[in-house]
Every structure is written in C-alpha cells, then in structure tokens.
Design a protein around this ligand. Structure first.
Ligand code: ZN
Length: 588
C-alpha cells in the first residue's frame, strides 16, 4: 500500500482519480460525485461511483472499490508497482528509476517495443516504395483514382509493398533475427522449404495503429486481382484484431467531444469519412464487431451510427453489430446509403461520387435503428402469413431489447402499421418477448449492510473523515467499549485503531483489512450524502450508542434474573437493573 512520502503516495496525490477512471469509463457528474457503468460487471444503469473529494471509487452493484491504484490494478490486471507506473505515466509524472521487472516481463516488453519499431520501419519502407519506385507508380495511380491525393497518403501513412517477395525482408533482416521477423507477422515462412518471404506483396498498405497511435499491424489491398483482396497482419504480440478499432487513435477526441461515433467496415471507408472532415469515425476492420471493440468504444461514447456496406454481408454485419451494441445499451442509428447509379455504395464510394456534403446530410438524418430494421423487414415477402411471421421473428429480438416500455409500445404500433400485421397479435408476441426479457435481467446483488443503524453509519463516516476530532472520538468509543457487539464492530475496530495511531486514515487501507461484507459496507457509507460532521453531532451519536448499550445490558440482566431467581448474585443483579433503568430514564 501507499507508504507516506513514497513515490506511490506522491503520484496518488497528484493524480486525479476522475481523470484516470474517465479514460476507461464514461463518467457523468452526479452531485459531488461522478457515476457511470461499472467496467467490472454487466449493468445497464450506473452503480459505479467515483468521488473526486475522497479520491476513491465504489460500485454499488458488484462491490468493487478502492483508490486509483485498486482501479488500475483491477482494470489492467496488473500488480501494484505496475499500477503506480501506469498512473504516473497517465498523469505525466516522471518515474524516478525503472523498477526491475521479472526476466520474462522484461523480455516481453523488450520484444513488444522491438516489434513496434519494426512496424515503424516497415511503414517508412512501404511509403518510400509508393512514392519513389516505378512499381509504386501504378499504386499511386490507383490511389489517385480513389480520390486519395498526396496529402491523404501522407496523413494516413499509406504505402506500397512491392511484388518481389523479399523486398521488405532484405530491408529488415540485417537488423532483426529470423525469429523476430516471423513473429512480427510482416514476414512469413514457406512451409516446405522453410524460406522466408514478405507477407504483403504487390499490395497497397495501410498502417493500423493502436489506440495510442503506435503502428501495430498493416491492412493491405491487392493492387491487381490477387486474392484475397484484403489481407491483414496476423495476430501478434502487439496486435489483436478484436481489441482494436481502426482510426481510434485519431477519432477518440472527436468521439468524446461530439459524444457519438460513426462505425464503418473498412479502413478505406474510415479514411474517406475522415477526409470529409468527420473525425469521429472508426472501422471495425472485419465483418462483425467483437466484444473488446465494444468495450473500447464505450469508453468514449454510448451513441453510434452504424454505416456498413449495403451488400448482403454488410447487412448481416450491421444486424449482428446492432444486436451486440443494443445488449450494451448503446443508442443506435443506422445510415444505409442509397445506391450511386446502379452501384451499391459504401461510404468511400458514396463520398467520392456524391460529395461530402451529401454524406453529411444523410448522416444527420440517419434514422434510429428500428426504422432501419422495419425497412429491412419490409423487403421480405409480406403477402403471406408465413412471410409476415418471418418478418416479425426478424424484428422481435431487437424490439425486446428496447428498455423503455413506452418506446417499445410505440414501435409495436409502427411495426403493425408498416408490416400490416394485426396489432393485438403483435402486442401479445411482444409482451411474451418482454416477459422473457424480464426473466433475463439478473437481480442485482443484495444491498448488503442496510441493516447498520444510521448512528453507526454516521460515526463510521466521522472516524474516516473528521480530521479535526477523529482521534478524540476514537478514544471515547474505545474507552466505553461502545461498538462492541454491534454488527459494524469490525469496521469500528479497524477505524478506531487507525484513528488512534494519529496517522491519516485511508479508506482503501482500512477496507483491505476487512472482510468482503464489511468492506462493502464501509464504501457504501463513505459514498452516502452527508453534511459536514460536528463534534456536537458526534457526541449525540455517542450518547445514542450508550443508550443502546444500556438497553442491551438491561435486557441481559433481566434475562439472568428470570433464568435463576434463586441465584446468590440476585442482589447485585437487581442493583445493576436499577442503575441501568435510571440511566435510560435520564437519557430520555
Ligand atoms: Zn460493479
């Protein structure tokens, strides 16, 4: 944990937990705190809370909580030293001296940076091939034809991989060993002869960067009729297709600012849209969206306009993506571009042929996803009962994902009208679906600790936060053994010990010594709305505890008296009873 005066403590003081958490979770200000959807468990309404004042977070759903380091450790699945380093980096705080990692870690980190460096070199090489070689000329002509001028080529780092088969290999092999070359995915090994050769040959190359802008892979389009038309880097130590969205490194600012993202299929589409001046565009670079990509996206926005290709594969991908995004409660619209002439138009083609203003106009008018789905259903054969049933079956899974009942009902009416389906029939199907939905919703984990009495909760809060009199209060509670036997006894004990030490009390550290149930309760209490505590209030809480203590003692005495009327201690017991009754009466 953070020792006083340590680097970790210094970083923690400078780091703002809201900013750090905000890089992973979309936070909204709610009163003094911030809240958002918990990244540690599935939820649709935010129960994840961050306090800028206390610099801690807590999830009322799953019970995770702690300081900025606990958050980063949980999020990045790393150990404490790594979390300190990460937070320091995020906040631009210089790290004094590299801490020694395990040999494996060191090796992997080293390998990662070598692979990144190799990709940077490959990109420079490809760019040179495009710009300065005879072979590259044909590629330049192709790009120009696609509306990509010099500026665009430079902006997106587009290059050309020559046809020779070992051009890049020859360029890199004096610097990197064979093993690394193969691991980079830039070079492949011939299965039979074991010979190395370039993965990308006679292709236009598009560097694929990770979220922080480092090139980790390439997408490559065949210049001729080579198959496949598009070829990507394989999965490597630095590249995982499902973890990455193309153009996210440049789009994230725009997405955050405008609070929506445009999702397209390929990098050519993303480039075309970005070139049209719309920066908040990302490409899934594959036909379907993967879950990690959705997680990445929702760190920046919960609103998406899906603009996939209008072909059959694109439609299927649109519907699959809609379904996945709806599950995560995204607000969705779909832009289905009209054909250009007799050609089905992807964003790239559309912008080239019809201009960016036309695209922008359609983007603004992009309908909610349900309209898109109804339009799709209307393309089905609706003349027969069977056809209608099919259309309905196509729509129902989406409709039942609409969380709002009024909206759901409105859509039911519209669907009935548009598909000419008997409305009562549709409604009964919907309500059946709604029931299934309800049964799907998981009951939230029980709110633990509600049992703790307000007085206890208040005192716990004061022990944790009332800098001015915390120590004094701890003494009172300790001397009179006031918290003994309470449900919250262990929380009190931990806080009292911490307070009596005279050191500052860190909720996270106190939480760390508690059992799960108590730890949760402590965090809950720390996040309750509360006024500034005063000593008077503290004393009245102490009195209330004394009163309760007396009541309990009285009950005990009474039980002893009744249990054994002939006891030799009867006289003492009766005296004790009298005294307790006096005390209770005086307090009233
Ligand atoms: Zn949670």
């Amino acid at each position: 944990m953070t020792e006083a005066g340590s680097f970790a403590e210094k970083v923690k003081q400078q780091a703002d937990i809201v900013r750090v958490v905000g890089e992973y979770v979309r936070l909204k200000k709610t009163g003094k705190d911030f809240s958002g959807l918990c990244p540690f468990h599935q939820e649709k309404t935010p129960s994840f809370t961050v306090s800028p004042i206390k610099q801690i977070f807590y999830c009322f759903g799953c019970g995770r909580g702690g300081d900025v380091y606990n958050f980063v450790m949980d999020m990045e699945k790393c150990e404490f030293p790594e979390a300190v380093k990460l937070v320091a980096e995020k906040c631009g705080i210089a790290i004094p001296r590299q801490k020694e990692h395990s040999p494996e870690e060191r090796k992997e980190n080293q390998q990662r940076s070598v692979l990144v460096e190799m990709h940077r070199e490959a990109q420079a090489f490809f760019a040179k091939q495009l710009e300065g070689t005879l072979e590259g000329k044909a590629a330049r002509a192709y790009l120009e034809d696609r509306g990509l001028d010099k500026e665009a080529i430079a902006q997106f780092g587009i290059g050309y991989a020559p046809s020779g088969g070992d051009a890049l290999l020859r360029h890199l092999k004096h610097k990197y060993n064979e093993k690394l070359l193969v691991e980079s995915g830039l070079v492949s090994r011939d299965q039979s002869a074991g010979r190395l050769f370039d993965r990308f040959r006679r292709r236009i190359t598009f560097p694929i960067s990770n979220e922080s802008g480092k090139i980790v892979a390439f997408g490559a389009r065949a210049l001729g009729d080579d198959m496949p038309k598009y070829l990507n880097s394989p999965e490597t130590l630095i590249y995982s297709k499902s973890n990455l969205l193309y153009h996210m490194d440049r789009a994230k600012e725009g997405i955050r600012r405008q609070d929506f993202a445009i999702l397209v299929e390929g990098y050519m589409d993303a480039i075309a849209v970005a070139r049209a001046g719309i920066s908040n565009v990302v490409a899934s670079c594959g036909t379907s969206l993967a879950e990690p990509q959705i997680k990445l996206l929702q760190r920046f926005t919960k609103r998406v306009i899906v603009n996939y290709d209008p072909d059959t594969a694109g439609q299927a991908a649109t519907e699959r993506s809609l379904s996945l995004l709806l599950e995560q409660d995204f607000e969705l619209r779909v832009l289905a571009l009209p054909p250009v002439g007799d050609k089905k138009a992807d964003p790239d083609l559309f912008i080239r042929e019809r201009g960016k203003d036309e695209y922008l106009k359609l983007l603004k008018e992009a309908p909610p996803y349900v309209d898109y789905l109804i339009a799709r259903a209307r393309q089905m054969d609706l003349t027969t009962g069977e056809g209608k049933q099919r259309a309905l079956n196509f729509l129902l899974p989406y409709i039942r994902k609409i969380p709002n009942a009024i909206l759901r009902s409105e859509w039911a009416t519209r669907i009935a009208q548009q598909l000419r389906i008997d409305e009562p029939l549709l409604r009964s199907a919907l309500s059946k679906a709604a029931k299934e939905r309800r049964s799907e919703i998981k009951t939230s984990p029980e709110l633990i600790g509600r049992a703790a009495k307000p007085v206890e909760r208040r005192l716990i809060r004061m022990l944790a936060e009332a800098q001015g009199f915390r120590q004094e209060l701890a003494k009172h509670l300790q001397n009179a053994r006031l918290y003994h036997g309470l449900e919250t006894e262990k929380i009190f004990a931990a806080l009292v010990i911490a307070s009596l030490s005279g050191q500052s009390v860190e909720a996270t550290e106190v939480g760390a010594v508690l059992e799960e149930r108590d730890r949760r309760l402590l965090f809950e209490i720390l996040f309750e709305e509360a006024n500034e505590p005063t000593w008077e209030e503290a004393m009245s809480c102490v009195e209330a505890l004394q009163h309760r203590q007396a009541e309990h003692e009285l009950a005990d005495v009474q039980r002893s008296i009744e249990a054994n009327p002939a006891s030799p201690e009867m006289r003492g017991l009766l005296e004790k009873k009298q005294e307790l009754m006096r005390r209770l009466a005086a307090a009233r």
